[in-house]
Design a protein around this ligand. Structure first.
Ligand code: GDP
Length: 329
């Protein structure tokens, strides 16, 4: 089935005019690997660039089963009740669980997905993390241009995807379960260091007292970490996504964070650094694509790889030989 590619101008108009189908189409084009799709997406993104940046960007991570989707549903509905518009995106390069999407199962956030002021977009599917993260960042910008003022980016607690998400959001929230230290929960110290907010979920029923202890453990642990911001010290809270208790405190903390890092101008600096880092990652991706597509390089690469694999030539020398044949064109 061939669907005609929409006109970029009409997509821009649609997004400005609040047409959710236009938003969804633009995100689909941004996620596409086809060059003609990318060209349209790039034009839409370029035109809308001045209209982006208006959202609070919140990354949420935690091990599978900790309650991320339950929590995002509870937080999302609370935030909508406060008068905001919420988009939920996902970064999950590894998952094939539900046809390549951790949010593919709409029932996971059934109540939130029915809200008119919510937009839930599954992960762009398995692929190279860099590619998945870039597409999610572009989806985030499109959601901002559409008028969502809170964007939540979810990632499952594996691999490097937390770092990619932390590089595109303002606040990184780590969700943990009661009981067990971070080693027991498989949370790496590096991921703890990314957290601006640690939330102990499932603080209800039999788990309530364990949640209190876990909260104290994490509070002691984050105290020892190097602070990410001058104007914000990582906080540790407890809540129950199931009953909703404490979810308002989490939003209150996100709000206070936002006020602190905006008034200190640290948020502007952080976003500027993130944008510059994305520039360079785009450049390195594009350079590698051009390098691989170069006919001279393509003609040599098989033999050079074989030389390196067999140990006849060192990777450093081989890389230089290929780069010299490319010549940076
Ligand atoms: P995810 O894999 O991190 O997205 O976790 P889910 O949101 O799918 O939740 C995993 C399980 O934990 C489900 O059975 C939820 O009902 C349960 N759960 C989530 N939040 C809470 C909570 O606050 N309290 C309790 N007791 N269970 C919860």
């Amino acid at each position: 089935m061939t669907v005609p590619i929409p006109d970029p101008g009409r997509l821009v108009e649609g997004i400005r005019g609040g047409d959710r189908r236009a938003l969804a189409r633009a995100i689909t084009l941004a996620e596409s690997t086809r060059a003609d799709h990318r060209t349209v997406a790039d034009e839409v993104l370029d035109t809308l660039a001045p209209e982006t940046g208006g959202a609070r960007r919140v990354g949420i991570s935690g091990p599978p089963g900790v309650g991320k989707s339950t929590f995002i549903e509870a937080l999302g509905t609370h935030v909508i009740d406060e008068g905001h518009r919420v988009a939920v995106l996902a970064v999950d390069p590894s998952s094939r669980r539900t046809g390549g999407s951790i949010l593919g199962d709409k029932t996971r956030m059934g109540e939130l997905s029915r809200r008119a002021d919510a937009f839930i977009r599954p992960s762009p599917g398995a692929g190279q993390l860099g590619g998945v993260a870039r597409r999610t960042r572009e989806a985030m910008l499109l959601c901002e241009a559409f008028g969502f003022d809170v964007v939540i980016v979810e990632t499952i607690g594996v691999g490097q995807s937390e770092v990619a998400v932390a590089d595109m959001v303002d606040l990184f929230l780590l969700l943990v379960a009661p009981g067990g230290g971070d080693e027991l929960q498989g949370i790496k110290r590096g991921i703890m260091e990314l957290a601006d907010l640690v939330v102990v979920n499932k603080a209800d029923g039999d788990l309530a007292s364990a949640a209190g202890r876990t909260r104290a453990d994490y509070a002691a642990a984050v105290h020892l970490l190097r602070p990410k911001w001058h104007s914000w010290a990582t906080e540790v809270l407890a809540c129950s996504a199931l009953t909703g208790s404490g979810v308002d405190d989490v939003w209150d903390a996100i709000d206070r964070f936002d006020t602190a890092v905006r008034s200190s101008r640290e948020l502007d600096d952080a976003r500027a650094r993130q944008a510059t880092a994305w520039l360079w990652s785009e450049i390195s991706d594009a350079l590698i694509d051009r390098f691989r597509a170069d006919p001279t390089v393509a003609g040599l690469v098989g033999a050079v790889e074989a030389d390196v694999a067999s140990g006849r030539v060192s990777p450093t020398v081989a890389a230089r030989r290929l780069l010299d044949s490319f010549g940076g064109r």
